[in-house]
Design a protein around this ligand. Structure first.
Ligand code: ADP
Ligand code: MG
Length: 692
């Protein structure tokens, strides 16, 4: 039997997909409860209690309690010591999983052999790998690790004949996450995710503690928060008061400290007012995600509530107010994640036999980079390979120059997870050592490839001239402080710069397309733009004009896009932009590329093809994008590579440019000979010379 498991911080749940009813169903634990506390209790006599029994002990204060250990996943410094043994969060999770599985087997009378386990979207590589290992330690196959918000969206949307963009708003005990998902007849596409991982229900509890103590101080001049045990008791009690305020309009709180005692009444209205800033903080996260994705509330169809804290009535009110969108109070707030995992175990794992047309695409919550030297060689940087909110699985290959000073025959590659350019602000995920490459000593090139698999786990490989190189994993050294110093000869060298000239057909026929073109080019330069990439902009018709010479600043291109006017260079297409573009690219270090966008048949085709050939000989890559009346045969003649000729439609133009953007990032374009060739590979160094 296959099951889905929500391995939660406070509670865990097991579910399976029932083929008879075509629905996911929760498998209750031995106590007939849907939720099992994620708590383990080590008794002094050596016995170990897990789940409900352990939680009972926790209240009584007996034995050694392990709780909330999910927070320590992937962190080897998080340990619990009991009866002479040291347990990591991974060990504890394995014990809990084993208990969940054996309870579910007993309940259902069936053996469980495969599981899908959910993790928070923000879990990094360490935490995911630790979760997989914990599952495997139970002797089951871990088919897949999926993100909790994705699972919630699946359970909500898998059976709906809708094409909707859903915001999954997950406010838990100590974390807040927001995820945007497109749901369409079982196809689940995650658009992006973000979160604040120090914001959660506990902050609402703290607001109650503050409310009570401030009045107590006013009345008696002593602060109950000064005494640790009193404070902790008050925090625990406040969680209860908070839950009462979910049900009723006010709560009376009694407090005793240092011989004084008082009663205070807190109305829901006061409570909402005092915690409004916390809701605003969740809004900030939503707005940031919108900003990253170029979306707004207008693009959201529904808001799906997940997490215990969304039970507070203020959450629904707030979201309705700021969004004007329907807020769906999923009756399954606590169960949606496990149910989504169960559905995943049935339909979305590669081993399944495709019972129905379903597909899921998720994104990464963190950017993934490689430790490289800055172009000037004066510091180490995190060179991002895979940007956050990229689709997974994904794979990116980038060429790196070997540092000319590297006289060893190995290169150390450090994988960094994080958004900052500064390596020490990121997680150092892994270290691998590359060997067996050729190094001329004057900047030979190797390709480093990153693969995010569908569990969100990273693999590193390396190539030279297309041939795989030896890659060996090594432990990350304890002391990595040198990453903040000036580089010696440690890293795999600096990334190679790129130059891209965009040439836009402005002949008369483009008049209805120009607005969309502007938008697409805008998105393209904003997504590709980084400190190693220079763009130029050319408009052409019967004549050719440079609208913006090469610049590092994508905003300059965006401004120049405003100047795109139909007929600006004549009504026809007698000109060819290649000569001008080649001039802009000449004498520039790094790879060179021309992207031409046209919608028609050019007046002087042979001349244009000749100029394109000159570009090819100068190691400039040309990509020809055609819409409308454009001719694919001609595009193939001017493009330097077969894949470089792309005929598309206006509404797919954005996708086409995304393809170009990722090819620019990965260097995959240009691996083939152009038209007329045998499709074999060029010598890779040559190819890269074109692109970067
Ligand atoms: P996590 O996923 O972080 O383990 P949950 O999604 O289970 O957390 O949510 C736990 C949080 O939900 C706690 O802060 C808890 O106080 C809060 N919570 C649970 N039920 C209610 C309720 N009825 N009213 C308000 N808050 C609640
Ligand atoms: Mg949760």
């Amino acid at each position: 039997m296959k099951v889905g498991i929500d391995l939660g911080t406070t509670y865990s749940t097991v579910a399976r997909y029932d083929k008879q009813t075509s629905r996911p169903e929760i498998i209750n634990n031995k106590f007939e409860k849907e939720l099992t506390p994620s708590v383990i209790c080590f008794l002094d006599n050596g016995d170990v209690l897990i789940g409900e029994d352990a939680k009972d002990m926790q209240a009584g204060g007996a034995g050694t309690i392990a709780a909330s250990f999910k927070r320590g996943m992937g962190d080897n410094s998080f340990t619990v010591e009991a009866n002479g043994r040291v347990y990591t969060a991974e060990d504890l999770s394995a014990m809990l999983l084993k208990k969940l599985i054996s309870d579910a087997e007993e309940k259902s009378g069936e053996k469980i052999d495969s599981v899908v386990i959910t993790v928070p979207a923000y879990f990094n590589d360490f935490q995911r790998t630790a979760t997989i290992r914990a599952g495997e330690a139970c002797g089951v196959k871990v088919m897949k690790i999926i993100n909790e918000p994705t699972a919630a969206a699946i359970s909500y949307g898998y059976n709906r004949e809708s094409n909707k963009t859903v915001m999954v708003y997950d406010l838990g005990g100590g974390t807040f996450d927001v995820t945007l998902v497109k749901v369409n007849k079982g196809n689940i596409q995650v658009l992006g995710t973000d979160g604040n991982h120090i914001l959660g229900g506990k902050d609402w509890d703290a607001a109650i503690v503050k409310f009570v103590c401030e009045q107590f101080v006013e009345e008696y001049g002593v602060d109950p928060r000064d005494d640790e045990p009193t404070k902790n008791e008050l925090i625990v009690a406040s969680e209860n008061y908070k839950k009462i305020l979910t049900r009723t309009d006010s709560v009376t709180i009694q407090i005793k400290y240092e011989g004084y005692s008082s009663k205070y009444t807190l109305t829901r209205e006061q409570f909402d007012l005092r915690t409004h800033f916390l809701l605003n903080a969740t809004k900030d996260v939503c707005m940031k995600l919108f900003g990253d994705l170029g979306l707004s509330w207008a693009d959201v169809d529904e808001i799906l509530l997940v997490g215990g804290s969304t039970r507070m009535p203020q959450v629904t009110n707030f979201l309705q107010n700021i969004s004007g969108k329907p807020v769906i109070d999923h009756a399954d707030t606590d169960l949606a994640v496990a149910k989504g995992a169960a559905i995943t175990s049935e339909f979305y794992c590669s081993s399944s036999t495709g019972v129905r047309e379903v597909q899921i695409s998720d994104v990464t919550a963190h950017s993934l980079g490689v430790l490289a030297e800055s172009p000037g060689g004066d510091r180490y940087i995190n060179e991002i390979m895979i940007k956050r909110n990229s689709k997974i699985p994904s794979s990116v290959r980038k060429p790196f120059k070997i540092n000319p000073g590297n006289m060893t025959n190995i290169i150390e590659v450090y994988t960094l997870q994080g958004e900052s350019k500064v390596p020490l602000d990121c997680y150092v995920l892994a270290k691998v050592v590359i060997s067996g490459f050729y190094n001329s000593g004057d900047g030979s090139i190797i390709d480093v490839e990153y693969n995010y698999d569908e569990n969100g786990v990273v693999r590193v490989s390396a190539f030279q001239e297309g041939e795989p190189l030896q890659v060996d994993a090594e432990p990350v050294p304890a002391d990595i402080s040198w990453m903040g110093d000036r580089p010696e000869n440690r890293s795999s060298g600096a990334p190679i710069s790129k130059n891209v000239v965009l040439c836009i057909d402005l002949s008369r026929s483009m008049r209805n397309s120009l607005e969309e073109v502007r938008k697409v080019i805008n998105d393209f330069v904003m997504s590709v733009g980084d400190e190693y990439t220079k763009f130029g902009l050319i408009g052409f018709g019967d004549k050719v004009g440079i609208m913006r010479d090469m610049t590092n600043d994508p905003n300059m291109i965006v401004t120049a896009l405003d100047g795109l006017k139909v007929n600006a260079y004549g009504r026809g297409t007698d000109g060819s932009p290649f000569g001008t573009a080649a001039m802009m690219l000449s004498n520039r270090p790094g790879g060179k590329m021309i992207v031409v966008l046209t919608d028609g048949i050019w007046g002087k085709r042979d001349f244009a093809v000749g100029e394109a050939l000159n570009c090819k000989n100068s190691k400039i890559a040309i990509v020809g994008v055609g819409i409308g009346e454009a001719d694919l045969g001609f595009l193939k003649q001017i493009s330097t590579v077969q894949e470089g000729a792309m005929y598309t439609t206006l509404d797919k133009l954005g996708e086409t440019f995304s393809t170009i953007a990722s090819a620019l990032g990965s260097g995959s374009m240009g691996l083939r000979e152009s038209a007329g060739g045998d499709g074999g590979r060029l010598k890779s160094a040559e190819v890269r010379g074109r692109l970067r």
